[in-house]
Design a protein around this ligand. Structure first.
Ligand code: NAP
Length: 355
């Protein structure tokens, strides 16, 4: 039955990606199961829930942390036997919530399924739903460029790094959902920007599409410390950290005095049972480096200013954006685990349904 033939109150089948059980080590497709249940397309009388049809889902590295038996601390683990949850773009089918109406488009955390019944919890930023203001850009952009990943790039770079024109900026995992935008925000500020990525195709994108001054394939570098010295003979002012591990160790001695490291993520550690050690921490003292982590949801109050600026940049053609799209909910697990081998080129998106 197609959506246009459906009416509010109909009971329909709801395809879902179910989280099978807690994961140790590298996630596998079989850790997630495609399943089907039934859902009635209406919100119960008196409930404040919001029923949505999911259109696009975002594959994000942090979802791996939710697969651990021990939760990462800022967000609960997934419940075995329940659908995965993650950021997505959805259309409201029915709503008992006074601030959301049928037909509105939203982005925020939803289920990995065709339809989700969402409950917003007051004061819980992780359950925030953002109304989509601009529809003159592809809606999928709200999984990345105008959603969580793009806003992480903005908040992490502009709020955390205190960037100045002329700063030497290094970005790891530079071609991904976050990294491609960090580099472009840094170039728009007049910084010198170098990125690293895991294939020559990605390096080419960094230099020729995203405007990075230089880029290198970290998998082809025998000695990361030497590579960084080659690209930053005078040292690094700002390191936007996405990968951790050996990369962080190589960056530390290459920081300039009073450099800033913003820790956005450490994807190289997410599948390890025992995290790697970092040896060069003494450089933080010697170079008086400030190193600080951040969580994007703590900066949500800045989303409106980010949206206006970035939407304007898109309209002016100042931002170039690459998505890697798979069609169909059933392709979600493969796309998600592909983040950990670098199979995504750009922001990884799963199309559940076109509006
Ligand atoms: P992404 O770059 O689109 O995808 C992940 C990329 O990481 C892969 O394509 C791969 O690219 C690289 N990678 C995978 N395993 C690696 C390893 N062992 N060593 C080095 N690189 C590896 O992901 P994203 O959404 O932009 O996220 C980037 C980082 O930001 C992640 O660490 C994520 O957890 C973090 N993040 C944090 C926040 C926050 O609020 N703090 C918000 C959003 C994202 P290559 O081919 O280049 O290796």
């Amino acid at each position: 039955m197609k959506m246009e033939n459906m009416a509010k109150g109909d009971e329909v089948s709801n395809q879902q990606i179910i989280f099978r059980d807690f994961v140790t080590g590298f996630p596998k497709e079989s850790d997630m199961i495609l399943s089907s249940s039934k859902i009635r397309l209406e919100v119960l009388e008196g409930s404040k829930a919001i029923l949505v049809k999911n259109l696009y889902l975002s594959c994000d590295p942090y979802l791996r942390s939710r697969m651990n038996r021990i939760p990462p601390g800022y967000i609960p683990s997934f419940t075995p036997g329940s659908p995965l949850q993650g950021f997505g773009v959805s259309k409201i089918i029915d709503s008992g919530h006074p601030e959301f109406k049928e037909g509105e488009l939203v982005w925020g955390v939803t289920g990995w399924e065709e339809y989700s019944l969402l409950t917003l919890i007051d004061g819980d930023k992780l359950s925030t739903l953002f109304k989509i203001k601009y529809t003159d850009v592809p809606l999928s952009f709200y999984t990345g460029l105008l959603g969580m990943a793009g806003f992480s790039a903005y908040a992490g770079f502009h709020e955390m790094c205190a960037p100045k024109k002329g700063d030497y900026v290094y970005v790891s995992a530079a071609s991904g959902g976050v990294g491609q935008l960090v580099g472009q925000f840094a170039k728009l500020m007049g910084c010198y920007v170098v990125g690293s990525a895991g294939s020559n195709e990605k390096v080419n994108l960094l230099k020729n599409k995203f405007g990075y001054d230089e880029a290198f394939n970290y998998k082809e570098e025998y000695d990361l410390n030497e590579a960084l010295k080659r690209y930053f003979p005078e040292g690094i002012d700002i390191y936007f950290e996405n990968v951790g591990g050996k990369m962080l160790d190589a960056v530390l001695p290459n920081m300039r005095d009073h450099g800033r490291i913003v820790v956005c993520g450490m994807i190289s550690q997410y599948n390890l049972e025992k995290p790697e050690g970092v040896h060069n921490l003494f450089s933080i003292l010697v170079k008086r480096v400030r190193m600080e982590g951040f969580m994007v949801f703590e900066h949500y109050h800045l989303y409106p200013q980010f949206l206006e600026l970035t939407h304007q940049y898109i309209k002016e053609g100042k931002i170039f954006y690459v998505e890697d799209t798979v069609e169909g909910l059933e392709k979600g697990p493969e796309a998600l685990i592909g983040l950990f081998t670098g199979s995504n080129i750009g922001k990884q998106v799963v199309v559940v349904a076109h509006e």
